[in-house]
Design a protein around this ligand. Structure first.
Ligand code: TXA
Ligand code: MG
Length: 319
């Protein structure tokens, strides 16, 4: 029997029992557990094979709940929360003492967000604790955007994937921390940098493992397919480098014609960045199961969500 189910009350029962449920959000699926249960939190780290020094995001049901998790809210943090919650914005703020150290990896700050998915909002309202939830993929693998992706990773290891369909936005939330009272982007994501700046003015970007598209070798591998993945500014000339190989192409809006291309996914035929973002991980999951020798991925225009996509492609690219 499949672990995929739409039964919210079953999810409530499992979570109350200090066990894990994979939950849908508008960004990616999360692997969720009670933030106050040491058993559940330990099990999140073990199931994901995630190192303990990497802290978790706390998912809360509404903006008001933020007061019970964080002890100080800068004005610009409140403004961002009011503008984007429920939604794909994670705020990193000074934590209250009741937040266990395992959640924050011993840091004095906690990451918090209100996800924008009707199923998970309904679930959170039926629980008397928030949910810690990292993306529901094994450490360093591609984040899941469908219940089936999660099941293929964790069937036999978790009891349930709460099915909420395909994740609308398709990449992880944008993470904003604070230096003093000024916002700093810690991770580019589902809400474009420019959209954040429309609300709070110019923002510093300290994206972890940041690098320019010319320097993929600098990056730690992350969000990665198993297939060799290379980034390209010129698909046709990169195909020349892999003649006689089984080539997959991941492109923005262009459909490339070449006999050596065995498989090709175009993320948005109309050149719509939001649509491309929404399809990105599912496309990587698909290409990764086709026994290709190489995935050649087109670098995106470096504006708006294109920046966030380039960040994920860089992390997916092989050294
Ligand atoms: O869209 C998302 O954010 C998804 C869904 C499930 O909500 N979650 C997600 O979680 O992407 P995860 O664990 O894969 O990524 C969370 C990131 C990690 O890179 C972690 O280092 C960072 O958030 N983080 C968590 N707490 C932090 C803190 N106190 N300070 C700095 N970074 C933090
Ligand atoms: Mg993750």
């Amino acid at each position: 029997m499949s672990i995929i189910s739409k039964d919210i009350s079953q999810a409530v029962a499992i979570l109350n029992n200090e066990e894990l449920v994979a939950i849908p959000t508008e960004t990616v699926y999360g692997l969720a557990g009670n933030i106050y249960s040491e058993k559940a939190i330990t099990s999140i780290f073990e199931t994901k094979r995630r190192p303990l020094f990497n802290p978790l995001i706390v998912h809360i049901p509404n903006l008001e709940y933020m007061e019970s998790v964080v002890r100080y809210i800068p004005q610009k943090a409140r403004l961002l929360a009011e503008t984007f919650w429920p939604g794909s914005l994670t705020l990193v703020l000074p934590k209250k003492n009741n937040i266990p150290d395992v959640i924050t990896a011993g840091k004095d700050t906690v990451a918090v967000r209100v996800p924008n998915h009707p199923v998970t909002l309904a679930l959170l309202k039926q629980l008397n604790f928030p949910l810690a939830a990292p993306s529901a993929n094994p450490f360093n693998r591609i984040s899941p955007t469908k219940a089936e992706h999660v099941a293929s990773y964790f069937e036999g290891e978790i009891q349930m994937v709460l099915d909420g369909g395909s994740c609308k936005n398709g990449i992880e939330s944008t993470i904003v921390g604070f230096e003093g009272d000024e916002p700093v982007i810690y991770r580019l994501g589902s809400i474009a940098l420019e959209t954040i700046e429309e609300v709070v003015g110019k923002v510093k970007v300290k994206n972890k493992k940041e690098a320019s598209p010319n320097a993929p070798g600098m990056l730690n591998k992350h969000y990665a397919p198993r297939t060799l993945t290379v980034l390209s500014n010129d698909i046709y000339s990169d195909i020349e480098r892999y003649l006689n190989k089984k080539i997959g192409v991941l492109s923005f809006s262009t459909s490339y014609k070449n006999d050596f291309i065995k498989s090709q996914i175009t993320l948005s035929e109309n050149g719509n960045l939001a649509e491309a973002t929404s399809n990105l991980y599912n496309a990587l999951h698909k290409l990764d199961t086709q026994n290709l020798d190489v995935i050649i991925a087109e670098i995106f225009p470096n504006i708006g969500l294109g920046k966030s996509i380039n960040d994920r492609l860089l992390r997916a690219a092989s050294r």
